[in-house]
Design a protein around this ligand. Structure first.
Ligand code: SF4
Ligand code: SF4
Length: 224
């Protein structure tokens, strides 16, 4: 038995996951601090933020990720998404500080689930209205000056989004693992809803094609 091969097979998805994260780190920071669109990554081709790597590498990166997902049957949220990996890193830090789980009451969970669908609906509305740009980013040759100018030029919408992202990351670090993924991320919600839909269709088809055999016990009464 080749133990090196077995180890590599086991570690390969994790290595790739954190590799995706490292490669995307600059984009994550720039999207949080500079992306002028309500939904990032949709309008990169015409985006004025020329220092964001997504402007140039989004298409090949997405093609690579889709290929990787198909070949290795990798789940996007748990094995690829760089922002999900950031949430995982924060959770790992939290586990180092305290292993005690934080329990949410049923009421809080219901409110947070409502919040999740609220963000999802808001994202759909934003896309429906052409994914508006909510501030005009000014570009200078120095990234720090560009960030300072974004801070000065942006209005309430910019700060609202920044506070939601940073707040969710902090909650993920301090209390609830993957808070952003579980209760805010509209992309995560759409992936979840799609998966649920596919499962539902599969179940309906399975029930429709169910024969009259007695293997599962469903027809036991019929034959007794
Ligand atoms: S290129 Fe522009 S739109 Fe695309 S993610 Fe970066 S900042 Fe956002
Ligand atoms: S829920 Fe959103 S941020 Fe989290 S892993 Fe999925 S797509 Fe990424």
């Amino acid at each position: 038995m080749d133990f090196n091969k077995i180890k590599l097979k086991k570690w390969f998805p994790t290595i790739m996951k954190y590799l995706f994260f490292i490669v995307s780190l600059e984009t994550i920071v720039l999207v949080m601090l500079r992306c002028p669109y309500v939904i990032p990554f949709l309008a990169c081709d015409m985006c004025p933020v020329v220092d964001c790597p997504s402007k140039y590498y989004r298409k090949p990166f997405v093609a690579f990720i889709v290929g990787y997902m198909i070949i290795f049957k990798a789940d996007f949220c748990s094995k690829i998404c760089p922002f999900g990996s950031l949430n995982d890193i924060l959770y790992k830090i939290r586990r180092k500080i305290s292993k005690k789980p934080f329990k949410l009451s049923l009421e809080t969970k219901t409110i947070l689930n409502f919040l999740k669908y609220l963000f999802f609906v808001c994202a759909i509305i934003a896309i429906f209205y052409g994914n508006p740009r909510y501030y005009i980013p000014i570009h200078t040759s120095d990234l720090m000056t560009s960030l300072k100018l974004a801070y000065l030029a942006a209005g309430n919408a910019y700060f609202a989004r920044l506070y939601v992202i940073v707040g969710a990351l902090l909650l993920g670090l301090l209390l609830i693992p993957r808070f952003w993924c579980r209760y805010i991320c509209p992309l995560g919600t759409s992936i979840q809803l799609t998966k649920k839909g596919i499962r539902k269709i599969k179940t309906v088809n399975a029930v429709k094609s169910c024969g009259d055999c007695s293997k599962c016990g469903k027809n036991d009464n019929k034959y007794n």
